[in-house]
Design a protein around this ligand. Sequence first.
Ligand SMILES: NC(=O)c1ccc[n+]([C@@H]2O[C@H](COP(=O)([O-])OP(=O)(O)OC[C@H]3O[C@@H](n4cnc5c(N)ncnc54)[C@H](OP(=O)(O)O)[C@@H]3O)[C@@H](O)[C@H]2O)c1
Length: 499
Amino acid sequence: MVDQSSDKIDLFCSDLPTRFQPNIGKILVTGASGYIGGRLVPELLARGYKVRVMVRAIYSGYDALWPNTEVAVADAQDINGLKMALDGIDTAYYLIHSLRLGPKKFESADIKAARNFRTAAEEMRIKRIIYLGGLGDIRSPLSSHLRNRAEVAEELQRGKVPVTILRAAIIVGSGSASYEIIQHLVRKLRIILIPRWGKNRCQPIAIRDVIKYLVGTLETPETIGKAFDIGGSGILTYETMLKTLGEVLQKKIIFMSVPFSGIKLCAYGTSLLTPVPASITECLMEGLRSEVVCQDDTIKSLVPFQPLSYKEAIVRAMSREDQDRVYTRWSDAYPSAHELALKLHELKEGPAYITSYSLTTRKSAPSLFNSICKIGGRKGWFHSNWMWRLRGGIDRLLLGVGSARGRRSRSNIKVNDVIDFWRIEDLQDNKKLLLRAEMKLPGRAWLEFNIIEEGDKRRLNTTAYYDTHSLLGKTYWYMCLPFHHFIFQNLIKEIERRS
Ligand SMILES: NC(=O)c1ccc[n+]([C@@H]2O[C@H](COP(=O)([O-])OP(=O)(O)OC[C@H]3O[C@@H](n4cnc5c(N)ncnc54)[C@H](OP(=O)(O)O)[C@@H]3O)[C@@H](O)[C@H]2O)c1
């Protein structure tokens, strides 16, 4: 159940008309822990390129995820780290985006990151940068998100290193934020209100086509230093996108046009119904105010293939989900509060508040571990599910991530995956699962499951760790203790029973 295989990945570029270019040296993929970067890396490796990935934090699972790949740890806010990551690189993909910092904060972070990257790339004599940004006419009134994407492109272009810019609108694929928003709305609602901007046109593109263009431009020297719009084979309104999915799901939905366009309210309401937090939903919805349609199709002659239609893209995304083969997801990148990413073993002093529950069993370690790894998501937490949902619901109301994020996969997990309001921090097959809390908390929390061999028996352990120095944090811990006792005792009993 621990996902360590890359052989399960469907490669998107097998029918790409461009070919492997042996003269291209080592490639750096920034944003490799993100939705797009995570799908690009296996494609480049499969085509025979030497790849270095750039991440902000290293996890034990990366070796298995990206075999034969160098891993550079760098934060784009720090130019020295970037220089080291860019040392010896031929071509760099720029897929860094800080949307998770939420409206306002992400803009300055993204511009600084681009400026640092441009300077470092120039100094390290990189031959070429390929950047995937957002579609939208810079001369028209764009949302702050789309404007930022264009400004990042301009920032990168100010340097001496030639930049290829690909501009995409909504990307549709299993695990993409836009697709999950649309899918949850259509599945959950019988009546959908269409604000004024719902009639604006957009040219969505399938994730597989985005990856093909990213690889295709790398292999097409004529694209060096040029900008291209990339889109799927149809232009639709947002209303039509929702309707199309309703038709595919054979669901009767009433669509009602409403004469208002309040983005904040819509984003907040939508986030309560979908796994995507309001901070991201708001940025994406703001982008819907303007039309995002390809203005030029030069790319079609340089990287020629037939892009999928929106309907084909959603059918493929659904089939991936049904087959439980979602490879990357919008939730893969770090949460906005970066200090939350501090690992348990990195705490200067261990957490002051710890509570542990255990039982002994004759069941085998693999079967117990298999059972542990199925917690969360649609199946829930095996016992007292309503309490977990209530906690997730409260978190959502507080604009936290909530528990609706679920899981990337029903059957397998890997380090850094999200499980409801947790993120997997450590995973040791048949021994340990360590989860880090990402919900709103007056402190930091972890939940650990261990299986310990004891002669012919096994001890199944669950431990809650909590680190806080505030009075509110301490009060929270003591208020939760009675619930912990009830929830965790029953949880391990259920894990054992189901194994
Ligand atoms: N996804 C879409 O629907 C879509 C649509 C159109 C265009 N695009 C464009 O595609 C690009 C990639 O998007 P995505 O969806 O893959 O984004 P994503 O899933 O949010 O990933 C963003 C990546 O940027 C990294 N990052 C953020 N700040 C960083 C920093 N200071 N230093 C180093 N790395 C940093 C993140 O690393 P951590 O894990 O460390 O946070 C993560 O790997 C963006 O330019 C976006 O505008 C995406």
